[in-house]
Each structure stands twice: as structure tokens, then as C-alpha cells.
Design a protein around this ligand. Sequence first.
Ligand code: BTN
Length: 272
Amino acid sequence: MTNPADAPLSSDAIRVKLKTRTIGATLAVREDVDSTNRLLAEMARADAPDGLVVVADSQTAGRGRLGRPWVSPRGMNIYTSVLLRHPAVEGITWIPLLAAVAVARSVQLRAGLSVKIKWPNDVLVIRDGQGRKLAGILVEAVGSDPGKRAVIAGIGINVNMPVEAFPEDLRAGATSILIETGCLIPRIGLFTAMLEELERLYDQFCKNGVDELARSYRDLSDTLGKKVGVELAGGQRMEGRAEDLAPDGALLLSTGQGKIVEIRAGDVVHLR
Ligand code: BTN
């Protein structure tokens, strides 16, 4: 299903709306791509400029976190990747959290939908006490040469996707703006609002450091203060209370007897 009210993604239509300085100043729009993250990494290795954005109408091999696929049907959603040639290595760990705040704010602004963030960067709609995933973010590093190190923030937002377009096994845990609000919304307006929010947060973060971003993230967090289970990359599982964020954005998990574990990568499940 395509939305007749929704303009096709085109450079011209995006440029007319986009009010950013760096992010999206160079823009590559594709009808089909395997993965916007993969294409952007290739362009980054060929010296693409800071702020380059790739956006596609569909992906044939969309990549999710922890090696999972990202379902990417044509004409319904936003699939985009942003190149950030971040100057300071120590700030890079905050990029996934920063991108999640940008997505959350733009969805709230453009769709009037209240959302929360599951650590580190899943954007959820909470309905009947259950979190359903509306958007996902995959941040990948490119380049080993310190002078040319960069990150790619890959962002997928389920916008006008009806329930039938999700594989059956995802239907209980995933959602879209259409499913939550009953309304089809123009993707370009949401996309440009998200890039504007991303640039605002990123500029502020580069200039003033992490404090304000951390405050905004905490306000949107659905994880902090909750009892959670965490699947670590090697298959190990831990349980505890999500206490706070570490200075680098890691999750501080108290596992009992005063022990605090710092989680840097893993899949969080909120426990009741
Ligand atoms: C997740 O698993 O939550 C992360 C999903 C990230 C999906 C986006 S869609 C655009 C970009 N290109 C990719 O291949 N993946 C990211």
C-alpha cells in the first residue's frame, strides 16, 4: 500500500523543506538500496562529507541491531543513514542515544504521538502497558584511520505501515504511526523534522557536552528505574534494576548486594 497523500521521496521535495546547515546538505535519495548504512559506509570510505544523508524508499537487506534484519517495504516508512564525522572519540558512545532523542521528538511533533526510549535507542509506543517498537537505530563506525574516523547513524521509522505489512512474528512487538493513530502522515515532513532535531542536538552536544542531552534522554527513558533483563552479546543474561546512565551513556544495572554493572551492548527486556 502506498499513501496517495504522501509525496514520493525526492531530493527536490526534501530540499524545499529541510532547514539544516550540515546534516543533509549533501543528500542521496534512492528508490531501492540493499541497506542505507551499507551504502553510506561505502561513500564515507570514498571521503563523503560530514552530514551526508542517504534515504531510500525501500531496502532489500535492511540491517538491525545484533545482526537482525530490518523489515523495509517500499513507500511506507523512513530508512535513512546520516554520516557524522565526530571530532572527539569519547563522544561517539552518545550518538545512538542522541539519535533516539531526535527521533522521539520529531515523532511527537509531527504525529502527536507520545513515545519512550528503551535503552539504548529503541523508540517505543506504550499501549495497554506494553512497549511496541516504532523506530530502531543502528550506529556503526567507519574507518580505522584516527583522522578519518566517523559514525553512521542508521534510522528506521515505521510510519505508514499497516499491520499486514509486518511479518506475523513481529506484529505483537512492533508498530507504526499509522497503526497507533489511524492516520497516514507525509514522510518528508517527519524526515526533515527528524534531521533538524538531530542537527540541533548534535550541535549542542559538540558545543556544550553531554549534560543537556543526558537530561532529555532521561526524561524520555522507559528503562531507567525499571527491573530489566539484559541479553548480552555472547548469549549471557543478567537481571537487575536499571539505575542510571554512566558518563559514556552505558546502562548502570544494579544486580544486588550493592553491585553495579555497566552494560555497553545488549538487548534489554523490561520486566514487570
Ligand atoms: C534496530 O534493530 O533496532 C536497528 C534498526 C535500524 C534500521 C535502519 S533502516 C536505515 C538504516 N539502514 C539499515 O540497514 N539499517 C538502518
